[in-house]
Design a protein around this ligand. Structure first.
Ligand SMILES: C[S@@+](CC[C@H](N)C(=O)[O-])C[C@H]1O[C@@H](n2cnc3c(N)ncnc32)[C@H](O)[C@@H]1O
Length: 662
């Protein structure tokens, strides 16, 4: 009989009971880096993108099994990844669970995946298809007391940057920060999470380092206490490799696409600066104890810094080496100010530290401020062409200025702007190189080389065989910059387009986008900005979709399904999706590739017929022609905007599937 607790746990997670580990599996528990690489390799996606979409969809249609009603089912095809219905159901449940791509969701998924890989599907070992849970399986063994110190070996790295470790002879997974695969470490058991089925532990010390670890690389004395960085002990090339794997896993696990539709992930592009790169930091301090009741001010300077890992307190930090020189200087000055002004505060606050640059060309006479600059608050950076005077802004409402190559961007200091200036020229050049169709595609020439007349049609031949026939020789000449902020993409790319439109919900950012367009010499006819929710975009857009590329750069939670549905109906020729959360990006890209923005991922069968007929229930026009598009992925890769941390910025380039013929 299962206990009530075990039954509740069984309901919480559905994972086959691991039963007897084979000797092979036991070997895997003795984890070496080689073994881990092999595990990674086994899971990696090694498929080349299919260039000829017509051929691809035809091929898919041939390969897909037919359902009872004679239609070919995407889900059934997808099922070939899984050994049986139970595994399929389990995977579907996981995907459904991914809502906002939070660290908790990703960690939960990674724990389950490691658990599965250590207990390979062995149907014979699960009698009568009975299912039990990770929590239940772990409940069968006695777990160490909370607070006790144990030794564990790190088997895997979660995409959250946490090590996933095992104690010898146990199947329980311990989540241990600041560790890498192959490390044997001493940890303090913090909490057994019953429902999630894993244990959170505090890192104490390294017993035997992984070959990948070299602690002499650590550049901050607060590393392994502060929650900000995870990878300082790793070689930078290894950090980039790990981030590539994060992108791979995100698309494998959260896009709901079969491997054939996911191209091999390209290498992560590194940051020119690996320390001293953050142009914005936001240390904070908590209120005096009992501040809500007493409203009495501090009696001494509070601790100012960042959250320690796993605790809701503040770690007093006097310096953060990933900040730029002037941001670090700003941190020092703010702490000095607080030494004097602490008694003005009765509650906690976040301090803004934002770099701002005043650029002075060398071919003009140097203004007095260059001569008179105060080195106590200004950092001077000299290049061949100009002198940059850098200061640190602490007022959210002040204006910060930043240069990317020769482009200048002003921004409300407290609003969003990318935080690593050193990678921005590399990044914006990459987007510039990929925003238009590739040169070898029928329309991959520059807009000025255009000769073809636009003949975008959604032609219908018969009700069962819709054919979308765009004018393939039409070059792209319009840009939509959705979630534009203060105009980063519109402005750096505008010379490629006849007209660009940016949209952002933040009115302040749009006001600055307009100013930035003017300051960079763009007339309003070339760069237009709308302050509105992205869902309003397609109400006013007049661009021809065959000639339009859409850049998406939403916040971490990704795009909403309504907006994606509108995007599919508009059907731009190309989409470049930039994201600071590759998990929600994978979810959204999956929707674009399936041509379905409905959120109910438990109903995949209803959404897609792999026979090239479009999804069931897809909107049709008066003549029965399909009103929505779907996309194929041209390329996927990460950019390392945040070295030493586990974050990765994803860039996905997609093309509309041009013609579907059977
Ligand atoms: C990751 S930032 C990208 C900004 C810009 N592309 C850049 O790189 O500077 C996301 C932007 O989305 C905007 N945003 C958030 N929700 C939005 C919505 N529903 N509609 C339009 N914009 C939104 C935010 O104001 C923010 O500027």
């Amino acid at each position: 009989m299962r206990s009530k607790k075990a039954q509740a746990q069984a309901r919480a997670l559905t994972i086959p009971v691991p039963h007897q580990a084979s000797s092979g599996r036991r070997e895997r528990l003795a984890l070496s880096l080689n073994t881990l690489d092999a595990l990674g390799a086994r899971r990696q996606l090694h498929t080349e993108p299919v260039k000829d979409t017509q051929r691809f969809w035809g091929m898919m249609a041939d390969q897909l099994p037919k359902t009872h009603n004679g239609k070919r089912s995407f889900q059934q095809h997808r099922g070939s990844r899984f050994t049986n219905k139970r595994a399929q159901k389990k995977a579907r449940k996981r995907e459904r669970d991914m809502k906002n791509g939070s660290a908790e969701e990703v960690l939960k998924f990674d724990v389950q995946e490691l658990y599965d890989s250590l207990n390979e599907p062995n149907d014979a070992a699960v009698p009568n298809g009975d299912e039990a849970t990770l929590a239940e399986a772990a409940a069968e063994e006695s777990l160490p007391e909370q607070g006790s110190e144990i030794e564990v070996e790190v088997a895997e790295l979660s995409s959250t940057g946490d090590g996933l470790a095992l104690q010898k002879g146990s199947k329980r997974i311990y989540v241990v920060p600041f560790t890498v695969p192959g490390d044997v470490v001493k940890v303090k058991v913090y909490r057994h999470l019953e429902e999630e089925g894993y244990t959170v532990a505090d890192f104490l010390s390294v017993v035997k380092p992984s070959p990948a670890r070299d602690d002499s690389r650590i550049g901050c004395k607060y590393f392994a206490t502060c929650s900000g960085c995870q990878f300082q002990m790793l070689d930078y090339a290894e950090q980039l490799r790990l981030k590539k794997r994060v992108v791979e896993k995100a698309f494998r696990n959260f896009s709901q696409l079969p491997p054939e539709l996911i191209p091999a992930i390209q290498d992560t592009i590194g940051s020119p600066l690996q320390y001293n790169y953050r142009t914005k930091l936001t240390p904070h301090f908590d209120g005096p104890s009992g501040w809500k009741r007493n409203k009495t001010p501090f009696s001494k300077r509070p601790e100012i810094g960042f959250m320690p890992k796993g605790k809701r307190t503040t770690l007093d930090i006097e310096d953060c080496p990933i900040g730029t020189d002037v941001v670090r200087l700003g941190m020092k000055l703010e702490r000095e100010r607080m030494e004097v002004e602490y008694n003005k505060y009765t509650r906690g606050a976040t301090i803004l530290l934002r770099e701002s640059t005043k650029r002075i060309p060398k071919d003009t006479p140097a203004p007095a401020e260059v001569e008179e600059l105060d080195p106590a608050s200004t950092v001077k950076v000299e290049t061949d062409k100009h002198i940059d005077l850098k200061t640190c802004i602490t007022d959210n409402k002040a204006t910060s200025t930043e240069y990317i190559g020769d482009f200048v961007f002003h921004n409300p200091a407290g609003s969003f702007f990318q935080n690593n200036n050193s990678i921005l020229p590399v990044f914006t050049n990459y987007i510039r190189d990929h925003v238009l169709l590739p040169p070898n595609s029928p329309a991959g020439s520059s807009p000025s080389a255009e000769t073809a007349t636009h003949t975008h049609t959604h032609t219908h031949t018969d009700t069962s065989t819709p054919i979308i026939t765009p004018n393939l020789s039409t070059p792209i000449k319009y840009l939509i910059d959705a979630y534009s902020g203060s105009g980063l993409f519109t402005i750096t790319l505008s010379s490629l387009f006849e007209s660009s439109t940016g949209i952002d919900i933040a009115e302040g950012s749009i006001a600055f986008a307009r100013r930035n367009a003017t300051d960079n010499g763009l007339p309003p006819s070339q760069a237009n900005f709308i302050a509105a929710d992205a869902r309003e975009l397609f109400k006013s857009i007049q661009y021809d979709p065959d000639r339009t590329v859409v850049i998406l750069d939403p916040p971490r939670k990704g795009c909403d399904a309504d907006f994606l549905g509108q995007l599919l109906r508009f059907g731009p020729r190309r989409v470049v999706y930039v994201s600071c959360n590759v998990h929600t990006q994978a979810r959204d890209v999956g929707m674009l590739v399936r041509g379905d923005a409905s959120e109910d991922v438990g109903e995949e069968e209803k959404k897609f017929n792999g026979d090239g007929q479009g999804k069931q229930g897809q909107e049709k026009g008066e003549n029965g022609d399909i009103q929505g598009s779907r996309y194929e992925i041209e390329s996927l890769r990460g950019f390392d905007f945040f070295p030493q941390t586990s974050h990765v910025e994803g860039v996905a380039v997609l093309n509309r599937v041009e013609a579907i013929a059977t």
